[in-house]
Design a protein around this ligand. Structure first.
Ligand code: ADQ
Length: 491
């Protein structure tokens, strides 16, 4: 079996893949270890042009090579901070109101994709399969094809794919979807995402969609599929139990003084519905005086993308809301919302989940939401907490034992909290068992192995006449900044 080449915007470090990172890194690393291969992408460093062009830096861990490159300031601003996170991220999360479009940022996005492709080509072998991840890399396969690469190339979109009416707000939407069609297999988190893509293909690209997700568009044939990302639930359960008596859990327990605990953990992102969540919790305190002083919401939300301006606003909004609600309902010995702006080790989070009575996960839009799955997996089967989950998380389709809410309905969310806080143990157990069965049926290994099986089954493209893997004509046509000059136009 050929090697696996994983490409993602950020590459986990070899240490992170051994457990401290999210499940994705662990899952992908598992596949890399099986076949041997390369994990290629940005190191997370902003560097000089000389250093960037000298890369990639290679680090070996058994049969796996971690290959990373630095980005120049301009690349970072245009590709990462600009088009990826100020255009694609908001639009793909249905927040056109927060999106901007700048031609030079889009040009930078394409330039960096072409440059990354050029760097990767030198590491490729003929029977490798390539698996690219997420919205930073929509044009990556097209850039590899321009370098003469004929290997199988797959893509998995971790975030929602928006309906065409939303997507067409991005001026070069057609060029982006055309680029996406250079992949051999596109994986989505949910049926809704896949349908939205098919809808675009049929109505805007005049392509065809056949049963089995077979798509023909822009002169290309490709496949699409739904692959719901999961977790390893039994490993999480074991981890949560193992650490349940550690000091941090004891400290939290003691400070709660018998109060019920609602736990929320997210990256600080406007897609996660944090302000709406705080307001729903406020509704609970307002409508149910018996819970005042008797329930605490712990919100853990470390800042991300802090140099993108919309992320500064969400931080301010949230601090304001937490302060306002706490001002209204705090007592000398009671703070209703504990809002923590920091990252926690994974094992700590899992043991805190186990200690809580409610997991409150209410994104406005989310590809899957692994926190919801982790929360369920971390529960004590004898006395499980209840998951209150947004209908707009991909996970809602599988976790049917949860209380499903609409995050725009603060009273509805408040009622779900009331119900969860007083739910009898036999109902909690029944709901937990349903959710746990879904997690076990479709764990992270199933996601990864099914996707890779389907990618390996894609018919291979005919090899280029010179048998090139980037050593042929495509790779030699270079502009000054290192991007192939046959990369698509900037806008
Ligand atoms: P994210 O938007 O990052 O992922 P999510 O799926 O919830 O969202 O994954 C977050 C991961 O980070 C979880 O494993 C969680 O435990 C961890 N995490 C969150 N807050 C943390 C904290 N304070 N400290 C430490 N760890 C923390 C994107 C998409 C999702 C999709 C995933 C995977 O937006 O929709 O589910 O990719 O495909």
């Amino acid at each position: 079996m050929g090697r696996l080449i994983v490409v993602s915007n950020r590459v986990a470090t070899p240490t992170e893949t051994k457990g401290s990172a999210g499940g994705l890194a662990v899952g992908v690393f598992g596949a890399l270890k099986d076949t041997g291969g390369v994990w290629f992408g940005w190191s997370g460093d902003v560097v000089s042009e000389t250093v960037a062009n000298a890369g990639p830096t290679l680090e070996q861990d058994g049969a796996v090579t971690f290959a990373t490159v630095g980005l120049t300031r301009k690349d970072y601003d245009q590709y990462y901070r600009g088009f990826s996170n100020a255009t694609l991220w908001p639009v793909f999360h249905y927040r056109n109101d927060l999106a901007r479009y700048e031609r030079d940022e889009y040009a930078g996005y394409r330039r960096v994709n072409a440059w990354l492709a050029h760097k990767l080509v030198k590491l490729l072998q003929p029977d490798d399969i390539i698996w690219a991840h997420d919205y930073h890399l929509l044009p990556f396969a097209e850039a590899l094809r321009a370098e003469g690469v004929t290997n199988r190339i797959g893509f998995f979109l971790h975030i929602p794919f928006p309906s065409p009416q939303i997507l067409i707000n991005i001026p070069p939407h057609e060029e982006l979807v055309k680029s996406l069609c250079c992949y051999d297999l596109i994986g989505f988190q949910t049926d809704t995402d896949q349908l939205a893509f098919h809808d675009y293909i049929e109505r805007h690209a005049r392509g065809t969609v056949k049963p089995g997700g077979n798509v023909e568009a822009f002169g290309r044939k490709l496949r699409t599929g739904v692959y719901r990302i999961g977790v390893f639930p039994d490993e999480i359960a074991e981890q949560a139990k193992r650490y349940e008596s550690r000091q941090h859990v004891m400290d939290l327990k003691q400070s709660l003084e018998g109060r019920k605990l609602i736990m929320s953990v997210d990256r600080l992102d406007y897609s996660k519905g944090l302000v709406e969540r705080f307001r729903a919790f406020e509704q609970l305190l307002e409508r149910s005086p018996e819970w005042r002083g008797n329930v605490t919401l712990v919100q853990i939300a470390p800042p991300t993308r802090a140099d993108v301006s919309t992320y500064q606003h969400i931080r301010q909004d949230l601090e304001y809301e937490a302060g306002r609600i706490n001002g209204r309902y705090s007592g000398l010995d009671y703070t209703p919302i504990r809002y923590l702006n920091q990252r926690y080790d994974r094992w700590k989070l899992m043991s805190l989940f186990r200690e809580s009575q409610i997991g409150f996960v209410t994104p406005l839009h989310d590809g899957m939401n692994l926190v919801a799955k982790e929360y369920v997996a971390a529960q004590n089967p004898d006395d499980p907490g209840v998951l209150v989950l947004s209908m707009f998380a991909g996970a809602a389709a599988e976790l049917t034992g949860s209380l499903i809410v609409n995050p725009h309905d603060s009273v509805g969310m408040c009622e779900a909290l009331q119900r969860a806080l007083s739910m009898p143990v036999d109902e909690r157990q029944r709901r937990y068992e349903m959710n746990m069965a879904a997690l076990r049926k479709n764990d992270l290994g199933v996601w990864r192995d099914t996707y890779l099986r389907d990618l390996r089954a894609v018919p291979l493209m005919k090899a280029a006449p010179n048998g090139a893997h980037g050593t042929g004509a495509g790779a030699s046509r270079k502009t000054q900044d290192g991007a192939p000059d046959d990369a698509p136009a900037a806008s």
